[in-house]
Design a protein. Sequence first.
Length: 217
Amino acid sequence: MDIPILFEDGESLVIDKPGGLPIERPRAGGASLEDRLNELKLGFQRPPVPVHRIDTDTSGCLLLARNPKALKRFAKAFEERQVGKRYLGILAGVPQEKEGTVELSLSKISSAEKGWRMIPARKGKPSVTHWRVIAEHGGRALVEFRPETGRTHQIRVHAASGIGLPLLGDPVYGDGKHAARTMLHAAGLEIAREGKPPIVAEAPMPADFVALGFSDG
């Protein structure tokens, strides 16, 4: 499994993480990004370290830091909402509205039957996602998401409970049908840096999105 590099300099890498590859080693075993970090040293002494998390199913831009100082700075930028993030997702339907903003606070719940998941909750953590439909095909919509916050499963819950349509293939917030994974792609990432050019990366549309008739035009 190739891991394309979208951006590289002395303190950072942005990779195009394949959909289905977990960042951390699963409890049940199997492949993970952790197993590949030594390959991504690319001449540096230390293996790079992921700065943030995206779901196992989600493909696209993932920032890795090449040294502890960079890791600390980048992590602070994410915490302080100084990172521009652009996602693409395929909804399991076409919404009536073509754009909007979802503001739903999110909280984590767990049950023996369903495991853990996130739900909208007044006392949850504030979460904001801007969205717009950019294409429609075959009774489905390709949507651009620009999250202001970075809550766990934020876009997935905001699609299902805010827009009213889950992401195609989502087994937790939808029916998990008609796709081999939750159809969400981290298409773009931008981080300003003091005294240096910004980190800017774009991940091309994955093949399974294209197979469903969509392109990132």
